[in-house]
Design a protein around this ligand. Structure first.
Ligand code: ADP
Length: 499
């Protein structure tokens, strides 16, 4: 009998589509990635061509299989992970999209969300969906399509159209239009899904005037969505999960109190809160976590709007650096940041402050401050912002942090990781495989098909590349954090004094 060797992870991101073949040990056996065009029709608007998403994802999958010398018969399952919230609508009969996908970053419905607040729905949305109303989420984007694409609402009411996030769009195409489904992690980012009752919410559907014939079936992240014949033989599609949830799973964040912190362009923290959906009063989101068991698991999520992007700013706008990696060597040359704090609130401050009009602030300048101090202060700001989210998560969940697993481009910076451990008084673990998002999708798919037996089987694959233990005195920690809190107050005061 032909022993299946690989699980395919399709990692459909905001700027590129990737495919990775993992083997039974969770090792990467081949990877292919392709960027696709970003479409900016107006300031603040962001779109993708749905056909670009599908074509690049298909292409990289075929190439990754070819690179590994794999045929359909060698593949145990496909797991999908994707950019979340991005909204697509297509024709059920032809599969043709009615317009471009509206990307999560697109702000075209920001005013619509203001109206939702005036309509007094903020609390309802928070309670049912775990989200703070925002244009990021799919609901207002879907409504926009129905209201603005000629004929879309009538066609939707006649049952001729289908809505989906990127996972649904891929599943639909992979199954030749036979399956219209999503998973509960993606559904939980639409702002139309009741995360407690696990169903599309009739009140929110009514409010956004969404006919229920548009909606995909919602399945657990680790389950058989269908079979695809696209790659020269039948392969089960056995998982779907939003990118951040997949990453938490890929980091083996299975237990309450497990946290993963991603240091990318932005930063994302997710904490597993087990079977309890913890409501947040400090601007964190409550969301469904990817899980492989029968029970629904929840997570608290917080994001840092500007993380690695602040390093890019040093490099590209201020031209203080040749490369992002150079920050490490610069930071090590110094004892400290010389009393300088940089709050990179370029687009406002997120949780736990929620001050959309705050702006980037530098405090503590003296005549002796050098380029290096500024670079160090910016690098440290990634850790301070992450620490703010960690503090909020600890307080709101009442859970003790059991681990902090890190990933993302800037997690390669040993100085930053050590500074984070010092600041948060936590041991950080950096895994050997930093492809945690794709790995999470592969694990979820492999568990649904018996490729891996259980979570313990997978845990055996998780290998730590390096740990970072806290190494500063409580007094020093307190004084650093006090300085940061003062700096944040300056950034907030700047916003509030404006009239
Ligand atoms: P994304 O997936 O969000 O595009 P990545 O996870 O690839 O991002 O991380 C890229 C970001 O990390 C960039 O913003 C870059 O400035 C930053 N970065 C990469 N390497 C380092 C490093 N060694 N030190 C600090 N920042 C880094």
């Amino acid at each position: 009998m032909n022993e299946k060797q690989y699980v395919i992870a399709m990692d459909q991101g905001t700027t590129s589509s990737r495919c990775i073949l993992f083997d039974r040990r969770g090792a990467v056996r081949s990877v292919v990635q392709r960027e696709f065009p970003q479409i900016y029709p107006q300031p603040g608007w962001v779109e993708h061509d749905p056909m670009d998403i599908w074509a690049t994802q298909m292409g990289v999958t075929m190439e990754a299989m070819q690179k590994a010398g794999a045929r359909a018969g060698d593949i145990a399952a496909i797991g999908i992970t994707n950019q979340r919230e991005t909204t697509l609508v297509w024709d059920a009969a032809t599969g043709n999209p009615v317009c471009n996908a509206i990307v999560w970053q697109c702000r075209r419905t920001a005013e619509r969300i203001e109206r939702l607040r005036r309509d007094g729905l903020e609390e309802t949305v928070r309670r049912k969906t775990g989200l703070i109303p925002d244009a990021y989420f799919s609901a207002s984007k879907l409504e926009w399509i129905l209201d603005n694409v000629p004929g879309a609402r009538e066609r939707a009411e006649r049952g001729e159209l289908r809505f989906g996030t990127v996972d649904s769009w891929l599943i639909w195409n992979l199954t030749g239009g036979r399956v219209h489904a999503t998973d509960c992690t993606n559904a939980s980012r639409t702002m139309l899904f009741d995360i407690h009752k696990l169903r599309w919410d009739p009140e929110l559907l009514d409010y956004f005037r969404v006919p229920s014939s548009l909606l995909p079936r919602v399945l657990p992240s680790s389950s058989i969505f269908g079979e695809t014949e696209t790659f020269g033989g039948s392969i089960p599609i056995a998982a779907a999960a939003g990118d951040q949830q997949a990453a938490l799973f890929g980091q083996c964040g299975f237990e309450p109190g497990d946290v993963k912190s991603t240091y990318g362009t932005g930063g994302f923290l997710l904490m597993n809160t087990g079977t309890e959906a913890v409501p947040s009063r400090r601007g964190l989101l409550t969301t469904i976590a990817a899980s492989a068991g029968g029970e629904t698991r929840y997570a608290l999520e917080g994001s840092v709007f500007v993380a690695g992007a602040a390093i890019q700013w040093l490099r590209d706008e201020l031209r203080l650096l040749d490369s992002a990696a150079q920050t490490e060597e610069v930071c090590r040359r110094l004892e400290d940041a010389g009393g300088v704090y940089v709050v990179p609130a370029f687009v406002g401050l997120g949780a736990p402050y929620w001050e959309p009009y705050a702006r980037g602030t530098v405090v503590g300048l003296t005549r002796g401050v050098t380029r290096d101090h500024l670079i160090r202060a910016v690098t440290e700001s990634l850790a301070y912002q992450t620490n703010d989210l960690l503090r909020a998560m600890k307080e709101e969940s009442g859970l003790t942090l059991t681990s902090l697993k890190v990933d993302g481009g800037a997690s390669a910076n040993d100085f930053l990781m050590q500074f984070q451990a010092d600041l948060s008084d936590l041991e950080l673990q950096r895994p050997r495989c930093i492809e945690t998002t794709a790995l999470g999708a592969a694990y979820l798919a492999g568990l649904a098909t018996g490729f891996w037996r259980d979570q313990e089987d997978i845990r055996g694959n998780w290998a730590c590349e390096r740990t970072f233990a806290p190494g500063i005195s409580p007094g020093r920690r307190q004084s650093l954090l006090k300085g940061w809190d003062r700096a944040v107050r300056c950034a907030v005061a700047w916003a509030r004094d404006e009239d």
